[in-house]
Design a protein. Structure first.
Length: 202
């Protein structure tokens, strides 16, 4: 029994070492809706933020919708994180705000949303999906993101600038072809996976 327990732990450790995160990033404009600097998706899909490259909402607010690149279903309801980098512009009078609402969709179905009152400098805002929200995603090749900017005043006119966006999810489970061999002559247990021996013990 102890040998089998050790084998299971070693197999789990071996599988975990091949996991890495996946990133769904903007790959196509769906509705520009007067946002500036189209094509929008190519200004905000870098692997790391570049704040000199950004898109801007219409003055006094507005929405846009962008499709996301496909990732493989991670078969997990944890570690789904949305990240967006944005600011209000111009900074203007103290107390005048721009709010940016970020909505994640699968097709026409809303999966999650979150809002932030934007600072006057580019700031990264994040949101971790709940297990229920992550489980609601059934097609990771059909995800889109909507950005909705709203302002509390119309004078002076303000906009939301966005320089980066991504959805981070766990990697898909790795398939390891493994089997246990028991030698009844010497009582030896051996675990083999993907044509190599993972553990052997007598």
């Amino acid at each position: 029994m102890n040998k089998i327990f050790i084998l299971v732990i070693i197999l789990l450790i071996t599988i975990s070492t091949v996991f890495a995160n996946q990133f769904a990033r903007p790959d196509k404009d769906l509705n520009v809706n007067s946002w500036q600097n189209s094509p929008l998706f190519s200004k905000i899909n870098e692997t790391s933020p570049i704040d000199t490259n950004f898109i801007g909402s219409p003055l006094s607010g507005g929405s846009t919708n962008i499709s996301l690149s496909s990732v493989t279903d991670p078969s997990s309801s944890t570690a789904h994180k949305i990240s967006i980098r944005a600011k209000k512009f111009p900074i203007g009078v103290s107390g005048q705000t721009v709010t940016l609402n970020v909505i994640l969709y699968q097709g026409s179905t809303q999966i999650a949303s979150f809002s932030n009152v934007l600072a006057g400098i580019f700031t990264t805002y994040t949101y971790n999906l709940t297990a229920t929200e992550a489980d609601a995603i059934t097609d990771y090749s059909n995800l889109t993101a909507a950005f909705v900017a709203t302002t509390d005043v119309t004078e002076p006119l303000k906009r939301a600038n966005v320089s980066w966006f991504q959805l981070e999810v766990p990697d898909a489970p790795a398939a390891i072809n493994s089997h246990v061999i028991y030698n009844k002559e010497n009582g030896e247990l051996m675990l083999r996976g993907d044509n190599m021996m993972i553990f052997r013990g007598g």
